[in-house]
Design a protein around this ligand. Sequence first.
Ligand code: ATP
Ligand code: MG
Ligand code: MG
Ligand code: MG
Length: 470
Amino acid sequence: MKSTDIRSSFLEYFHSKGHDVVSSSPLVPGNDPTLLFTNAGMVQFKDVFLGRESRPYRRATTSQRCVRAGGKHNDLENVGYTARHHTFFEMLGNFSFGDYFKRDAIHYAWEYLTVILKMPPERLWVTVYQTDDEAYDIWTREVGIPLHRITRIGDKPGGGSDNFWQMGDTGPCGPCTEIFYDHGPQVWGGPPGSPEEDGDRYIEIWNLVFMQYDRDQDGRLNPLPRPSVDTGMGLERLAAVMQGVHSNYDIDLFQHLLAAVGRLAGTTDTRSPSFRVIADHIRSCCFMIADGVMPANDGRGYVLRRIIRRAARHGHKLGLSEPFFHRLVTPLVEVMGDAYPELIKTQDQVAQVLLLEEQRFQETLEHGLKHLEEGLGRIIDKTIPGGLVFKLYDTYGFPVDLTGDIAREKGLALDMAGFEHEMERQRDRARAASTFKVADVGAMAVGVADSEFVGNEVMAVDAQVVRLAA
Ligand code: ATP
Ligand code: MG
Ligand code: MG
Ligand code: MG
């Protein structure tokens, strides 16, 4: 079953259950300036869930384009290394706005997977929130999930839980139930809730969120008069199951992109992570640009710039020294243009933006890598010094996560404290300069603001890099 057919089968199924088929909203959320990118199907319905906006329907279904590369959900560091994470992916979802609740949501999900798609039920594992007896009973008594394949998941020691969802510190929230697919013992990993759950054997495919409370300022959970449902299932993960492959990168859609990268690199062996990183990144970059994001030094534009530069660096690793990334727009349009006509419309423009950004980075990339190589010869404690990370960032335009990506390949850590110290010194210099030369203040002020934002953004990314390297 092709990815495209899975997408339509999902929408058709929920349409047959009285859901309006609603188009994907753009990646730049129209209703939430605090959110970098649309990262879930519910984003375009936020105000409907909050009761601030009404729609002519109480059930909806979508295939939503999503980006998780920055902000609260950041999967950038996982890309190329897990079988299941992308920076860009499509989330299939069904939504109830005060209409049906747990019973129907669970029965629909089960019927879609096991009857429509004919997945073997014994491969499906389920989690519920620890106190959600209602969901537990529906799964065990009505659906008939055997007790050994259902787990209650509690709160995490540091706070939060995979199975309790909330929009913010206050507002709608509630328990989730998640469905996992067991890819079999040839893959490392343990069932959800076990110590080995981080492995890739049991892959989470579908998350059903039950919005049933309104959390107030004092943290009290007040029952919502009309609870709602929000679900999300990754199309690529579902396609992997349906196409009998383990990794998302082995599905039809990615095979086409990987083959295209291979052709540019002059090989048919596309097993190294760099191929997967590039195939992933062309999707997020094209969709971001098509939705109006341009490479920049802050905000969304900086996320885009970072992703393009990471792709360029991986290309360099594969021996692609000329701009190549923009040449992947056509293969992408071939596999996704039908579902996303905006991609066809904007393709020339998108390719142009990518080419310019590649050209811009090409020279400094080459020099920066040389500079890094020299620096690496001198390191002693398996850590790239902050001064070097800063120099690469400031002089050669290496976003810190790009340097982190290289460090990870080499089994090195980054000295983030040292880097922050250099950033701070640069800010001090800028402040000092601005008190002397009035004429330069404008330019300086922009510089300071940028590095401050970039600094924070970078720290968030790097907390992960450091963790992964450790
Ligand atoms: P995981 O634990 O695997 O990182 P998640 O719990 O963060 O996934 P949710 O926020 O519950 O994911 O999103 C709903 C669904 O969207 C997931 O069940 C999965 O199928 C899909 N999904 C989430 N993140 C990604 C990603 N980075 N790439 C591809 N699909 C994803
Ligand atoms: Mg995740
Ligand atoms: Mg999860
Ligand atoms: Mg989840």
